[in-house]
Design a protein around this ligand. Sequence first.
Ligand SMILES: Cc1ncc(COP(=O)(O)O)c(C=O)c1O
Length: 476
Amino acid sequence: MAMDLHVNLVGRKDLCGEIYRQLRQAIADGRLGPGDALPPTRHLAGRLSVSRMTVSVAYETLAAEGFVTARVGAGTFVSEHATRRGSPFVKLQGSVLRPRAVWQSIPLPTAFDRPARYDFRTGLPDALLFPHRTWRRLMARAMRSGEVAAGVYQHPAGDPALRAAIARHIAISRGVLTPPDAVTVTNGTQQALDILARVLLAPGDQVAVEDPGYAAARLLLESLGVRVVRVPVDRDGLVVTAIPRGVRAVYVTPSHQYPLGVPMTLARRQALLSWAERHKVAIIEDDYDSEFRFGGRPLEALQTLDGSGLVIYIGSFSKTMLPTLRLGFIVAPSSLRSAVQKAKYVSDWHTSSLVQAALARFIDDGSYARHIRRVGTVYRARHALIVSTLSRDFRQHLELVPSSTGLHVTAVASRLPPSRIVGIAKRAADVGVAVQLWSSFTAGRSQPAGVMLGYGAIATDDIEEGLRRLRACFRD
Ligand SMILES: Cc1ncc(COP(=O)(O)O)c(C=O)c1O
């Protein structure tokens, strides 16, 4: 037994009988399984402040009834034939407690389903390209560092070295100029949004999101009791004229609209900013996968174009590094900084110092920039292969939405009714091909049928065969 079994003698009289009964119950309900060791009598007696004799007698009674077997010199073990009779969890199953109604409409993510043989799901980087060896070394080094070893809680805004490294990195790679003070490290974009919602929105306030749009963001906002208004997206990005009056914040993905993949045009960016200025509305700019660019000119981030301090920029390391690290950040205007840090503090105090220290060094010694260049070359080849195959072999079925950023492309099946595309995706899944549909990201309003093809998770060598199988599903 690896852990100390809980035995409660408070207010009990027959201490020996009580120890016997509680151990027998633990064997019956499976907390102690066949072969598990009981604690040494001296150890348990000391822990319970009873005489060793009291524990020994309890063990002997259990042994006499066959529940346990004593092996000389080794200890006392639960017998192999002592079987489990009941569940210790009965109380948990029968509870009258109910979650708030909003949780009924929120699904658990399916991202951790078993991966398909040909995995075109979006939002996943290639874990095989991650520099595991370097990362292990940096983590070991962080483990030895004074601050982590001291075991003291750290500042909610994050490791100063990481905040400075992020500020330098986004200044160079995205032209987003910020002092390190403006940066708060978070557990991914998801927590960044949670924090901003806590800071900016009260239950009942309205927030605008893109339609189609990123479901995890919308569901988070809904779960907080905020009124989410879905605003349509066209090929230029969010339709600014369709944002209703009265919203307090707008959440957008301008670099690579999720899921359509289009960048928001400069004209739309300017329209959004002047609208926000007129109405004093916060813009939350999610720049989740803009590091990978395969052509065209990068447009300036909303944060860069903003002259009024209305844009809050959020970034993620889920695509450039690994989503499992759970690392992201917020760049907030000075008026919000203190509240953002307080919201991070009440959420979870701070992001793991160990991981922050490792990432700070990874960025500082140039490894991060090198890593992005290296994986970017691989993703560029996959992007090109998918684009050329779609244009050549899917011409009758799909029209590619031009996009040269990020880790997925999308295509419209304008000649197909949305119900047919659902059948095609199902047939594709049956032959080992995972693709996502736009329909999972819309409220169902006026969106044509469309598919998304991610190239983070699929090996370059598997793309042609995966697409060949997908095409066969269109013909069936
Ligand atoms: C639009 C969008 N934002 C952000 C993320 C990353 O989220 P996180 O940083 O919480 O892993 C994703 C991942 O798929 C995404 O699609």
